[in-house]
Ligand binder design. Structure first.
Ligand code: HPA
Length: 194
C-alpha cells in the first residue's frame, strides 16, 4: 500500500487503490502502480514527481502510462483506446520546477521525443495483431478538477488535441527527465464537453 511507503502521496480518488504490485509478466520484471497523485488533489510538483522517481531508482527502464480521458474526435468514442503520440501541457503544473537535482537529469530536458515512437509502434502492432482499433493522438492535460467548458474544448481542438484529461503529463516529464522511455494509452470514457 502507498500508505506503507514513506513519501508516497495517498490517493484520494475513488477507484485508485493506492498499491504497488511487484512481480513478473512473462519473463519481465514489472511494477504496476494502482493509482496516482493528481495536481487537482493539491499535491506539489515534488509530490507528483516522487513515485515516478522511485520507479527509476528501482531500475525501471520503460514507463507505460494509462489514464481516463475525454475524446475530442468523433471517431474515437467512449470505450475506445488511444495511444498517446504527444502531449500538450496546458495544466500550468510542472513537476520539474524548483532547484534541479542533477542526479535525476538536466535542468532543461529535451522533450522532442517525450513519447517513444518505437514503443508506440509496438502498441499499434499488438493492437493490429488482435484486430483491435487503437486510435492515436495528442493528449492535452488540463489541471481540473472541473471538466472543460465547450469553449475550452473548441480551443483545445484547434490546438491539435485529440483527448483531454487531468493527469499523465507530470509522470511523463519526470520519467523523461531521468531517461526512462515512455509510452501510454488513454481510455476514452466520454466525449469531451460540447
Ligand atoms: N475531461 C477531463 N478529464 C477527463 C475527461 C474529460 O472529459 N474524461 C475523463 N477524464
Amino acid at each position: 500500500s502507498f500508505a506503507d511507503l514513506p513519501g508516497f502521496p495517498k490517493p484520494t480518488v475513488a477507484g485508485h487503490a493506492g498499491r504497488m504490485l511487484i512481480g513478473k509478466l512473462g519473463t519481465k520484471d514489472v511494477i504496476c502502480m494502482q493509482g496516482r497523485a493528481h495536481a487537482y488533489e493539491g499535491h506539489s510538483g515534488e509530490k507528483l514527481a516522487f513515485s515516478t522517481r522511485v520507479l527509476w531508482a528501482l531500475g525501471v527502464e520503460i514507463l507505460t502510462l494509462t489514464n481516463a480521458a475525454g475524446s475530442l474526435d468523433q471517431e474515437a468514442g467512449p470505450g475506445s483506446l488511444m495511444a498517446i503520440t504527444d502531449h500538450i501541457n496546458f495544466s500550468g503544473v510542472n513537476p520539474l520546477v524548483g532547484v534541479n537535482d542533477d542526479r535525476f537529469g538536466p535542468r532543461f530536458p529535451d522533450v522532442t521525443s517525450a513519447w517513444d515512437k518505437d514503443l508506440t509502434a509496438k502498441l499499434m502492432a499488438c493492437a493490429d495483431a488482435l484486430n483491435f482499433k487503437l486510435h492515436d493522438g495528442t493528449y492535452l492535460m488540463a489541471k481540473g478538477p472541473n471538466f472543460e467548458t465547450p469553449a475550452e474544448i473548441h480551443a483545445f481542438r484547434m490546438m491539435g488535441a485529440n483527448a483531454v484529461g487531468m493527469s499523465t503529463v507530470p509522470e511523463c516529464l519526470v520519467a523523461r527527465h531521468c531517461g526512462m522511455r515512455v509510452c501510454g494509452v488513454s481510455s476514452i470514457t466520454n466525449y469531451a464537453t460540447g
